[in-house]
Design a protein around this ligand. Sequence first.
Ligand SMILES: Cc1ncc(COP(=O)(O)O)c(C=O)c1O
Length: 400
Amino acid sequence: MSYISSRLSVVKPSASMVASQAARALRAKGIDVIDLGLGEPDFPTPPHIIEAAFAAARAGETLYTAAAGTLAVREAVAAKFRRENGLDYSADDIVVANGAKQIIFNALMATLEPGDEVIVPAPYFVSYPEMVKLLGGSPVVVECPEADGFRLTAERLEAAITPRTKWLFLNTPGNPSGATYAEEALKALGAVLARHPQVLVLSDEIYEHIIFDGRTFVSFGQACPGLRERSLIVNGVAKSYAMTGWRVGYAAGPAPLLKAMSTIQSQSVTSVCSIAQAATVAALNGPQDGVARFRDAFERRRNLVVDGIAGIDGLTLAAPEGAFYAYIGCAGLIGRRTPDGTALEDDAAVSNYLLHRGRVSSVPGVAYGLSPYFRISTATADDILTEAVARIGSAVEELE
Ligand SMILES: Cc1ncc(COP(=O)(O)O)c(C=O)c1O
């Protein structure tokens, strides 16, 4: 008999991690694969942030901290919300955790009863439904087609809400589609939520700064202040400051929720690494020019990929509005045959074909709840991206 908890029977490993492992396995055999599976900035963390970490360690900031985070980091987060999002939170309204992912996990653990429903608009960040299932809830996946800009509409939201709905998850700019929500779109969702007081909102704004074509980012908290007592605004330093490995995420929200999340944190991980918290203070309070530089690079790469994909017959890609992914439509490849005569039946087959024939790893749309697409990360050097798009084009040309 297996000793693994039945809780795990419903949970899949992260699809992007699986794609990356497949790429690594081929590389280990000497095959030159370009890995566009995982999404993380390819830039180093800015030097002043690294220096702040050294300084904190030397100054003896090497002890456990308060579960919710040091006062300095919570004040820096509160100042960030005020400065960048027009949100008035104090340090007491903030928690930090080991990444935005742990914030989300703690929020669900703090609130879900068995069978509670969580509305997850698709395409979604792969971890959302898996975390919900792991914690005994039921993800209610709402497909948001490309014709709607991959955005949840007020009508689809209204239709998905039941008396068991506990949370709505929003993600702007979104992984994998890059879709962003303008203020009016958020207000329209807020108007629906106002009629359903049992529903909490988790707005994952981790890609806030990676937004293109001069768009202005609007936080859900800013668009819907009337829902403040049931909104959790989630963000972190991973994507904006090239700090994925430092593992710091944060959130602002209502006191009872934050208190429960802190209790979970104190009994599980105690606190976030004290040195990473000091680095986060430097990231949030220090010079912000790196953020704009990263954004400009991601926009240039987005353009490069959009132009490249436009030249490949059978693939479609509308310009992503933010984040660093391209969610490429591959309906035109379904049913076509590979050189060995196999028909491509779905986007998993397309992604697998591109890995083995094109030597480019991607993640199939089935992992994000909306097919037929595949996602590539554009957080890669321009020349490697150019080569990857060329390889995808050559592999596609070989299809009959
Ligand atoms: C939408 C979204 N939220 C959260 C995360 C994870 O953030 P963190 O590294 O802070 O845990 C990711 C990372 O891929 C993401 O795409």
